[in-house]
Design a protein around this ligand. Structure first.
Ligand code: Q9C
Ligand code: ZN
Length: 653
């Protein structure tokens, strides 16, 4: 048993569980510096770093909440408890890591696993992480604590019975759940709700209780058609459990990034909370990853501390508030510290922090929630009713390409419409702005530029903004007139086909360059890096991509064109018809900000298919730039990025 700090909740002494007449909940906290010793063997940076739990602990101390909690020392999990959910082989493997004398022995083991590093202290940390969650869960189940938070690492929810993965060695929460159900019948815990709000799917936990109706597993996560980590179909809403466990597994798989409080609360109000009422758990275990938090480098979502506090508060209504939080992921140190504090304040029964979610859920959020309800309503009658129209109409606007690509209007129609619209604009106010400068006007409008080629690598994209030449490029760029860097960068996946074609380019030499088919195709995915820039800057990128001068008197893509592309889905630009990237495609919208990409026209796609324009794999330097972008953006491992590019380059269109 290792003691974390000197303070203990028992020191609440004379207030006897009450402060100023208000009843104070008994909240357990576990933190142990020993778990910080698990680190990369070579000292290389890694998002799952020791400071994660340190900053959380420091934040809680600084805010003065640790003194109001019962601070527990960590404890080591017992092998027999780990083996309730893990194989003997797996437990032996994790234990044996500490007996290895040399880094290379551990590195060899780690290299066989998916997204795992190991050092001499990994084993000990893993035992403490699992043991600490068991300890808090036991004390909450006994009634010695009302609720608690185990601030542990390594995380657990990706770990499967026989496999460590996704930064996880033992499945801490699953071990605790299984311990209560199987080892402590005396505590009377018969039904456990596991809520997993980590941005990634809790694949390990799902599998461990797949056929077990005593555990209702609920996971909300980025899924994006199975492309988000841990990729595949496991996180799909069709995965409802099997045998006696059928209906006791619920996945809410987001189709897109950038989900925030409104999206999560919609999943709470229209899926989790009604089901929890019916299930009526004896205790709740919360796989509390904070990587859906705003600012997280891996998650790309935007849940605020306020959002987390409301989600937690809603869960406190069940199981008489018996809730055990266990840290999972979360990689922005500031975000995880603030979110953790907001949650502990809710556990303590403090008023939730200030905040509000003015935004509406995405349209895709309502689509997912409706699909989940439909799939699960046979098991949970509270999900039977259709959601009122009035409710689901409260949303941010639709990805228009999904609509426009399913109808059969041609590019000619588009041009006719554009002509009509620009005439309208001239009658209104186009005249004076054209003579002053189109730049001032377009600088006021933000768009997301979605890149899928070399621009995914930030240093290369910045050449189009700030000018210059990044590694691998044969020629420098002039840059944009406005050299300010992108305001925000996020990653997203879109159902379009990526391919490579044309013989060679000035910038990269011999070899094909990336295009994405402007038409939606649900069988394919293009990973894109989205940069929030102004419409003026977007024009400068368009100029450079299409080998045109940036000091033009008129923009390639003005406000009328923007409006058109939002309605029509795509628009090929007359003035760039000799360029290769003269087709602007709207992939969707976030609030008022459209997501735009540039690619070839539909007629060029036909020519790629017929062979009139050649398909070509990318040159080495160019492919490496894409791979670098995908890896440094946290989207893929190097191997996965290579496979993704290879696949796109080798399959026929
Ligand atoms: N496949 C947790 O948040 N990403 N784990 C690797 C290449 C792994 C996240 C990207 C993310 C694991 C607990
Ligand atoms: Zn995660």
């Amino acid at each position: 048993m290792a003691m974390a700090g000197e303070s203990s909740g028992k020191n609440c002494g004379d207030c006897d569980g009450k402060i100023a007449g208000k009843s104070q909940r008994k909240v357990g906290l576990v933190y142990d510096e020993t778990m910080c010793k698990h680190d990369t063997p070579d000292g290389e940076d890694h998002p799952e770093c020791p400071d994660r739990i340190r900053v959380i602990w420091e934040k809680l101390q600084l805010a003065g909440v640790t003194q109001r909690c019962v601070v527990l020392g960590s404890s080591k999990a017992q092998d027999k408890h780990l083996q309730l959910v893990h194989t003997k082989d797996h437990v032996n493997l994790v234990r044996s890591i500490s007996t290895k004398q040399k880094d290379y022995q551990r590195n060899r083991i780690a290299s066989q696993l998916n997204s795992i590093y190991l050092n001499g202290s990994s084993s000990e940390a893993a035992y403490l992480a699992a043991g600490s969650v068991v300890e808090v869960a036991e004390k909450v189940a006994e009634g010695e604590l009302d609720c608690g938070y185990a601030i542990v690492r390594p995380p657990g929810h990706h770990a499967e019975a026989d496999e460590a993965m996704g930064f996880c060695l033992f499945n801490n929460v699953a071990v605790a759940a299984s311990y209560l159900l199987n080892e402590r019948p005396d505590l009377g815990v018969k039904k456990i709700l596991i809520v997993d709000w980590d941005v990634h799917h809790g694949n390990g936990t799902q599998k461990m209780f797949w056929k077990d109706p005593r555990v209702l597993f609920f996971s909300v996560h980025r899924h994006e058609y199975g492309s988000f980590y841990p990729a595949g179909d496991d996180g799909d809403y069709n995965m409802v459990g099997e045998g006696p466990g059928e209906g006791f597994n619920i996945n809410v798989p987001w189709e897109q990034g950038r989900c925030g409080d409104a999206d999560y609360l919609a999943a709470w109000d229209h899926v989790l909370i009604p089901v929890a009422k019916e299930f009526s758990p004896d205790i709740i275990l919360l796989s509390a990853g904070f990587d859906a938090a705003i600012g997280d480098p891996l998650g790309g979502c935007r849940v605020t501390p306020y959002g987390y506090s409301i989600m937690l508060k809603k869960l406190m209504e069940f199981a008489r508030g018996k809730i055990v939080m266990a840290l999972e992921g979360g990689y922005n140190l500031d975000s995880i510290a603030k979110s953790s504090l907001a949650c502990v304040q809710v556990l303590l029964g403090d008023k939730p922090i200030q905040g509000s979610s003015e935004a509406y859920p995405f349209e895709s959020t309502w689509r997912v929630i409706q699909a989940v309800r439909k799939r699960l309503c046979a098991y949970w009658p509270s999900l039977v009713d259709e959601l009122p129209r009035k409710l689901i109409n409260q949303k941010t606007p639709t990805p228009s390409i999904l609509i426009s690509s399913s109808d059969s209007e041609t590019e000619d129609d588009t041009h006719r419409l554009l002509d009509q619209m620009s005439k309208l604009n001239i009658e209104n106010h186009q005249v004076d702005t054209a003579s002053t400068s189109w730049r001032a006007e377009l600088a006021k409008v933000d768009i997301w530029y979605a890149s899928y080629g070399s621009n995914m690598w930030k240093p290369r994209f910045l050449c189009y903004i700030q000018g210059g030449q990044a590694e691998g490029m044969k020629k420098a760029c002039v840059g944009s007139m406005d050299k300010s860097p992108p305001k925000e960068i996020v990653w997203e996946t879109f159902p379009h086909r990526l391919f490579f074609g044309r013989e060679s380019t000035v910038t990269w030499g011999v070899g094909g360059v990336a295009f994405t088919n402007p038409l939606t195709n649900l069988n394919y995915l293009t990973h894109m890096c989205l940069y929030r820039i102004t419409l003026e800057q977007f024009n400068d990128v368009l100029f450079q991509e299409n080998v045109l001068n940036v000091d033009s008197d008129s923009p390639l893509f003005d406000l009328a064109a923007l409006q058109l592309v939002e309605n029509k889905g795509s628009l090929s630009l007359e003035a760039a018809s000799d360029g290769w990237y003269g087709n602007v495609v709207c992939l969707g919208k976030e609030g008022d900000v459209p997501i735009l990409t540039m690619t070839c026209t539909r007629s060029a796609v036909e020519k790629f298919i017929s062979g009139e324009i050649p398909l070509r794999p990318p040159a080495k330097a160019y492919a490496n730039t894409l791979i670098r972008g995908l890896v440094e953006g946290g989207r893929f491992s190097e191997k996965e990025a290579e496979a993704y590019i290879d696949n796109a380059a080798s399959k026929p269109l």
